[in-house]
Design a protein around this ligand. Structure first.
Ligand SMILES: Cc1ncc(COP(=O)(O)O)c(C=O)c1O
Length: 470
């Protein structure tokens, strides 16, 4: 408090009666709070970020190495960060933010966790990459296999994109078929066959498809609206005996947060089984997030194959695909389907993954994520509605989202009805209040075990204030 008083130039008088002291202290505290808020507002500057980003634009396309980071859909200045810890981030201008992006999912136990950092530095002493088997691969593989119901064998790769590329080749190799069904607004990385009505950055930038993707690469990709089993049935009918796989995000995070309708996943399981088509859950986002065993454990629907990423690398580059042993044994060198990687299974990524999963496995982790995420989402929805805005949203465990519309949102077409301009204004104002959400209406939010009730209360208070001004 003393520092705050000096900092804003307010002093409390000392020689007063007890009640007068109480009253005076309250007034002082409120003056200090007001002054601090004004001070903060005055001092919120992104000058250094602006300079760095302008320089970056000359060096890298759009100034970034992944499109959504450029803030195109929310406008304003992208923020250049300096450091992260727990649930907070600091930019190069010295501004502090409560973070609900969590590096797009991996930071589920909080950023720069002390235990993970200590384990990494121990591993690093032995080297960063062997290009040969290491024991840590066995440890993480065992953890993944025992956690995720569909996975009997696993192959580690370096990103979610790579995992989805690999799993698609495997599904085609195993079934001897080429056609696949994907869902509008679902994102499975940036490999050619998936860049059809894809979510995430493609949706954020409003890109129809990407130039450079040969027609032949997407010719066998059929699409359906999410949550629409009758379109899926029609596609199966029209392509009898030709469908290798149905791939989906079991809970969508790349078109905003969209839950599956109660029987959607079961219906997909049934129709794929009946047609000898493989069901693939892309759990790059939901794996170890909505429960330890992912969406398949949460919804009790077991796919044939699963992709993972993000959390299992604890903040280092990683991906994985896995499934039934007889299918996985198609993968080279056990079988003929080729897929390889110079840095795959490297000791650093394995270490961060192992220690992240260990923490998640502790009793109460998912209950805590569920509780605080629920509080946040309820608080934001209440604040928006109270101020007269159309807003809807939801959450499962530590994954959430809200749309600037009344909803309900069942698919990407519904999601697109959101007031994205208003979301942009909300987004930028929340930054000034020290809250960092994903810079797009079409991305989910992520909570971590490091978030506190205080973080949530501050965020809701900021949202209440911002909603009143929109
Ligand atoms: C569901 C899903 N699949 C695949 C990917 C691609 O992963 P990466 O960005 O690691 O390549 C993502 C990325 O966000 C994702 O959310």
């Amino acid at each position: 408090m003393a520092a705050a008083i000096t900092g804003v130039g307010v002093t409390c008088p000392s020689k007063l009666s007890q009640t007068a002291v109480g009253r005076r202290q309250k007034r002082c505290a409120s003056i200090i709070r007001m002054t601090l808020v004004e001070e903060k507002k005055k001092t919120y500057s992104l000058k250094k970020s602006e300079e760095a980003f302008n320089a970056a634009k000359e060096l890298m396309p759009g100034g970034v190495n992944s499109p959504v980071r450029a803030f195109k859909s929310v406008g304003g200045q992208p923020i250049v960060f300096d450091s992260v810890k727990g649930s907070h981030m600091w930019d190069i201008d010295g501004n502090e933010y409560i973070d609900y992006v969590g590096s797009w999912g991996p930071a589920i136990i909080g950023h720069a966790d002390d235990e993970v950092l200590a384990a990494l530095s121990e591993t690093m002493k032995k080297g960063t990459s062997f290009g040969a088997p290491c024991l840590l691969e066995n440890v993480l593989a065992e953890m993944v296999i025992s956690a995720v119901p569909s996975i009997e064998m696993v192959r580690f790769v370096n990103s979610g994109t790579e995992a989805c590329m690999g799993v698609l080749r495997l599904a085609r190799a195993y079934t001897g078929r080429e056609k696949i069904i994907k869902f509008e607004g679902c994102y499975h990385g940036h490999a050619d066959p998936f860049l059809v009505k894809a979510g995430s950055g493609v949706a954020t930038l409003g890109l129809p498809d990407s130039p450079g993707v040969p027609k032949a690469a997407t010719f066998e990709t059929l699409t359906s609206p999410y949550n629409d089993i009758s379109t899926v049935e029609r596609l199966f009918e029209a392509n009898k005996g030709q469908l290798a796989a149905v791939i989906l995000e079991p809970v969508v995070g790349n078109a905003g947060f969209i839950s599956p309708k109660p029987d959607f996943l079961n219906a997909l399981r049934k129709i794929t089984k009946e047609n000898d088509t493989l069901l693939i859950f892309d759990e790059v986002m939901t794996g170890f997030r909505i429960s330890y065993g992912g969406a398949q454990e949460y919804f009790r629907v077991t796919p044939d194959l699963t992709t993972l990423g993000k959390i299992i690398g604890g903040g280092l580059p990683v991906g994985a695909y896995g499934g039934r042993r007889e299918i996985m044994e198609m993968v080279a060198p056990a079988g003929p389907m080729y897929q390889a990687g110079t840095l795959s299974g490297n000791p650093l990524a394995m270490t961060a993954g192992i220690h992240t999963l260990k923490r998640l496995k502790e009793k109460g982790s998912y209950e805590y994520l569920d509780k605080i995420t629920g509080q946040l989402v309820k608080g934001i929805l209440d604040a928006g509605k109270k101020a007269g805005h159309a807003i809807s949203g939801g959450f499962i465990s530590g994954m959430f989202g809200f749309f600037f519309q009344d909803g309900p949102v069942y698919d990407f077409e519904d999601a697109k009805k959101s007031d994205t301009a208003k979301f942009g204004r909300f987004y930028r104002a929340m930054l000034e209040e020290g809250v960092y959400f994903a810079p797009s209406q079409f991305e989910a939010g992520f909570m971590s075990l490091a978030h506190t009730s205080e973080d949530i209360e501050k965020t809701i208070a900021a949202a209440e204030k911002v909603f009143r001004t929109l």
